[in-house]
Design a protein around this ligand. Structure first.
Ligand SMILES: [Zn+2]
Length: 395
């Protein structure tokens, strides 16, 4: 009886080893799923066939794929994926239908091409075929050699800037900072944003310019970057510029400054400004969504892309310098780093401009004036154009 048990165990173990060695299979086919005329692959099929580990958080809609020493971060509703810190863009987003995660076929093609060099993917009659390349000297799929991490994935910076999102801070039930006589931040930010649009439109003919709001309406912080990320497509790159007015309990404080996202604010004042702008979250109804903002993982995913951070800092420099030239009457407080929620979800270079202090009498008076608003807008616009020139040099 004991011997029989041993044999049984042995056979069982043998079968398990067989199953393990079959995965990943040398040739497999995966159904092409068509949704909204777009081609998708089921996450279930992908993880099964390529031995990829997937962790997905239903609440945040965010997930990570682990394979061959690489990490890929994706989010449902977003048409981008970060693979080892490099951005891959599709023309349509990752979606979840009836509990099943569907990935745009481009993501799978890129992953196969970059990380499974011994394999190729082809498409035939409603299926994708993943098979070993015939050439004998190509590395095997089970070869665990470390590939340079994401180095061969084309960087997002190779594409031209084709759209600009101008985000007038606050709006609707959220007035933003309020100055003497009831002057509201939401009104100044909308005025300046419209001026920026007017300045840029005739000068950047091939670039789409879009405002997150054209009227006095309330938009949740998360929704603002989502608007931008929705436009982000495979061959397009964009910029995100959020416009705000600052406030301080010390009425003598004045000046303008430009921020880019960082988890380490440059100083206490930068931290306070960020806290002030982030306050709007209490006005947002959806409590579950609010939890997302505190999710460190999300920031980590965004921060993986150091290229975006570098470009954001460069964009902030250009804007601040050009504002300084145009509104020399006011004090430049320089470029700073701060953790703004509105910039967090951005998958493109993003900055937040604080055009001045509504709590300072002189500055508030200037901010009300049409001509002064136009000068600020010109400064921001010139900064954007100069940034694009510099950016295009590297294409
Ligand atoms: Zn604000």
């Amino acid at each position: 009886m004991q011997l029989f048990n041993k044999i049984q165990k042995f056979i069982f173990l043998f079968l398990i080893i067989q199953v393990i060695s079959l995965s990943p299979v040398p040739e497999s086919s995966i159904n092409v799923i068509i949704y909204d005329k777009n081609k998708y692959i089921s996450m279930y099929d992908l993880t099964y066939i390529l031995d990829i580990h997937n962790s997905f958080d239903i609440i945040t809609g965010r997930g990570k794929l682990f394979f061959r020493g690489a990490v890929a971060v994706y989010q449902t509703g977003f048409s981008v994926m970060l693979v080892n810190g490099k951005l891959i863009k599709s023309d349509y987003p990752v979606i979840r239908k009836k509990g099943e995660l569907l990935l745009p076929d481009l993501f799978i093609r890129k992953i196969i091409n970059e990380f499974y060099p011994g394999y190729e993917i082809s498409e035939k009659q409603g299926s994708f075929f993943i098979r070993k390349k015939i050439s004998p000297d190509k590395p095997d799929i089970n070869d665990k050699t470390d590939y340079p991490k994401g180095s061969s994935i084309p960087s997002s910076t190779k594409d031209r800037i084709s759209f600009i999102i101008i985000d007038p801070g606050h709006g609707g039930k959220d007035p933003g900072a309020i100055g003497k006589g009831g002057l509201k931040e939401k009104w100044i930010t909308l005025q300046i944003s419209k001026h920026v649009e007017k300045y840029l439109s005739p000068r950047l003919k091939n670039v789409k310019i879009k405002l997150t709001r054209n009227t006095d309406k309330f938009i949740e912080l998360e929704e603002r970057t989502k608007i931008a990320n929705r436009i982000l497509k495979k061959n397009e790159n964009g910029l995100f510029i959020s416009i705000h007015v600052n406030a301080s309990i010390l009425s003598k404080i004045s000046g303008f400054e430009t921020y880019f996202l960082s988890q380490n604010p440059s100083n206490e004042e930068a931290r306070t400004t960020a806290a002030l702008e982030n306050n709007v979250i209490i006005l947002e109804k959806n409590k579950r969504k609010n939890k997302n903002y505190n999710d460190v993982e999300h920031v980590e995913a965004i921060m993986l892309n150091t290229q975006i951070l570098k470009e954001s800092s460069m964009l902030a420099d250009f804007i601040q310098k050009n504002m300084d030239r145009n509104i020399s009457k006011s004090k430049s407080k320089g470029v700073k780093k701060a953790d703004f929620y509105v910039l967090r979800g951005s998958l493109m270079p993003a900055v937040l401009v604080e055009v001045g202090f509504i709590s300072n009498k002189t500055e508030a008076n200037r901010l009300k004036q049409y001509d002064y608003q136009k000068k600020i807008a010109k400064g921001i616009g010139e900064g954007i154009i100069n940034f694009i020139k510099e950016y295009n040099k590297n294409i």
